[in-house]
Design a protein around this ligand. Structure first.
Ligand code: BG6
Length: 493
């Protein structure tokens, strides 16, 4: 029997009243608590420069978990484990004080000295926090574990990501660092390895001989909202492609790992990410498309949104083609795209298989060929599901073929039970399981692929706006596939 006793630990959360903590983290931790997956031997110290009493902090926690609360007494018991400390991340004395609080809470809650440091702050503080935690002896030294959790973004390019990583690894080992990518906590992402390596039938055809192209769409209908300060310096390429999209690509394209443990999986993910062809300037022009949304029916264009400069050159849409320099995928393009203010909130993967070489049902008749490509679709958001288009005989008079859709859609009731991404990821951190976190070599390979694209886009003015809000993005993204004789499967088919 695996050991399922929940892990005891003390959490220190930098950015303790931030939006992410209140909206996502506390509800996720509370769900784990309700399910018995969080040890009752836990305490959480919330940190930021704000002055709050423990009571005020606990009231915020109770508010933030309201949607998950069925039993008020349980919510209050949960919140009683929360403590507040006003903390300036550059003030060394504050770390000394934190160390003392941590020692006291370790004793009070018998946490076995296990410590999880969760940094959910502006990225410029990630390195400083890690270094000061180590230098000021806040790390556990009495046999417990120390784990550092880092939110995105992990750098702005390879050079800054490396600098950040060097800072982090001067205080923590790679296997103590958990780089959060919430797309890795999503059900469909986690299901990819099972689909591939749990079904020999699928595994056998998962290569360039059978797969014509792979399409990944992470589309959002919302615009920049109130995040212009961050988003205008990031854009779709950094915000969604470098991390979430390329992580999904790695699970789709990697070779079979020796086992399903994190070290084996990471090895294969790195290998495949490092085999992406890195484009020179002309390659970027030929294989990447950027966009910025124009006005919609009753909505402003991006440059008119709150906080966005009127001459912003930022991309709110990015699409591209990945070519792998490896024997499995050399001839199969992976098309990726993500953008804001698109027609639909849709995360999906469409895998298009090759058609039969000859359509014998049309051959020798005057009928046009009717057989279509088989397409396997994995739905990530908002529905979770899987479907397969196959050709079959149409049962009408005459002999025709038609494509039908074999479809598994998770029911709303079942989907409501699926743990939230942060819940899964937090649980993994507690277990010390790095399977669904991005390792440094993966992040590095992703930046090396993205850097030339970002560089060209930074150095040249985009012809913006170039897509209407509520559309599926710029025409150039359709042309990108058309040049290869392909077309976006969604939403056209
Ligand atoms: C975040 C991005 O990582 O992912 C946001 O910073 C984006 O800009 C969000 O809206 C999308 O996540 P989800 O889970 O809603 O698809």
């Amino acid at each position: 029997m695996p050991n399922t006793t929940p892990t005891r630990a003390l959490y220190m959360l930098f950015g303790g009243t931030g939006d992410l903590a209140l909206r996502k983290l506390y509800p996720a931790i509370f769900n784990l608590y309700k399910k018995g997956s969080l040890s009752t031997h836990f305490a959480l110290v919330g940190l930021s420069r704000k002055e709050l009493t423990d009571e005020e902090f606990r009231a915020k926690i109770i508010d933030s978990i309201a949607a998950e609360t069925e039993n008020q007494a349980q919510a209050e018991e949960f919140a009683s484990h929360f403590y507040w400390k006003s903390h300036d991340v550059t003030n060394l004395d504050h770390y000394q004080e934190l160390g003392k609080i941590a020692d006291e809470l370790d004793k009070k809650y018998e946490t076995n000295g296990n410590r999880i440091f969760y940094v959910s702050m502006a990225p410029r503080f990630f390195g400083i926090v890690a270094k000061n935690l180590k230098d000021q002896n806040v790390l556990s030294e009495n046999g417990g574990f120390n784990r550092l959790v880092i939110e995105k973004p992990f750098g702005r390019d390879f050079a800054s990501a490396k600098e950040l990583n060097d800072d982090l690894t001067s205080a923590f080992n790679e296997n103590q660092i958990y780089r959060i990518d919430h797309y890795l906590g999503k059900e469909t992402t986690q299901a990819i390895p099972v689909l591939r390596f749990g079904n020999p039938m699928i595994d056998a055809i998962w290569n360039q001989n059978y797969i014509k192209d792979v399409q990944i769409t992470l589309a959002e209908s919302l615009g920049v909202e109130d995040r212009a300060g961050y988003y205008d310096t990031a854009g779709a390429l950094r915000d969604m492609i470098q991390n979430h999209t390329l992580q999904i690509v790695s699970y789709l394209a990697m070779e079979q790992p020796n086992s399903f443990i994190d070290t084996d999986i990471r090895r294969e993910k790195v290998k495949v990410l490092e085999s992406m062809k890195i484009y020179d300037e002309q390659g970027v022009k030929d294989n990447f498309v950027r966009g910025q949304y124009g006005a919609g029916d009753n909505t402003p264009e991006y440059r008119q949104e709150n906080g966005v400069p009127e001459d912003s050159n930022n991309n709110t849409y990015a699409a591209g083609k990945i070519i792998f320099d490896n024997p499995r995928w050399g001839k199969t393009p992976f098309y990726i795209r993500s953008g804001k203010k698109l027609a639909d909130k849709t995360g999906r993967i469409d895998i298009e298989f090759k058609k039969p070489l000859v359509d014998i049902f049309a051959k020798g008749t005057n009928q046009p060929a009717e057989l279509q490509s088989n397409v396997l679709t994995l739905l990530i958001d908002p529905k979770i599901g899987i479907s397969l288009d196959i050709n079959t005989k149409n049962s009408d008079q005459g002999f025709h073929t038609e494509t039908v859709d074999l479809n598994y859609l998770q029911s709303d009731d079942r989907a409501a039970e699926v743990p939230l991404p942060y819940e899964r990821l937090f649980h993994d951190i507690l277990k010390g399981d790095g399977t669904y976190f991005a390792s440094w070599p993966e992040v590095a390979a992703a930046w090396k692929f993205i850097d030339p694209v970002q560089k060209l886009w930074d150095n040249t003015k985009g012809d913006f706006p170039n897509y209407k809000s509520g559309s599926m993005g710029p025409q150039a993204a359709d042309d990108l596939l058309a040049r290869d004789g392909n077309a976006w499967y969604f939403p056209n088919k």
